[in-house]
Design a protein around this ligand. Structure first.
Ligand code: ZN
Length: 162
């Protein structure tokens, strides 16, 4: 099991936005485009870890780029946190799994992992406290995440009030 901080320490050069495609490659996760037909056309992504093979993540490329990045980071979370151990070899993620409320523990863990990976705490703190950047649009653009994800992360880090 790996935390987001451990992944960043090992596979991130410290520049923004965090290159999660590179991190995926570095930890042996293959990334593919989700076929936009059949039962998977309505989901945001999925991850499968077949026995004796490397994990594969599928991303819905019809969604916004910031959303695709969050989906990939979320799927990497399922892998890094060991959610695919035992009999569970496949996890599918409809849009509802990315909401902050009403999802299962593993989904909330994967979302927290994704936020930590895409918006490293020390960089967010530095931007707000040292560089005095408080504009959500500008911060979200720097991290290449959605404004909603940026706002939620700042709230969780105690950097945004109200
Ligand atoms: Zn998930």
């Amino acid at each position: 099991m790996m935390t987001a901080s451990q992944l960043l320490a090992a596979h991130w050069d410290g520049t923004l936005p965090v290159d999660i495609d590179l991190i995926a490659r570095r930890i042996g996760v293959e990334v593919r485009d989700l076929p936009l037909s059949g039962e998977d056309r309505t989901i945001s992504g999925k991850i499968e870890h077949p026995p004796e093979a490397h994990p594969v993540v599928w991303i819905n490329r019809s969604e916004a780029q910031v959303r695709q990045r969050f989906t990939l980071a979320h799927e990497l979370g399922h892998h890094a946190l060991g959610h695919l151990r035992g009999t569970r070899k496949l996890l599918r993620d409809p849009a509802a799994n990315f909401s902050s409320a009403g999802t299962s523990l593993v989904e909330r863990e994967a979302n927290a992992f994704a936020a930590s990976l895409l918006m490293p705490a020390n960089v967010a703190r530095f931007a707000v406290h040292e560089k005095k950047v408080l504009d959500i649009t500008r911060l979200a653009s720097g991290f290449n995440v959605s404004q909603a994800a940026m706002r939620f992360r700042l709230q969780n880090l105690g950097l945004l009030h109200g």
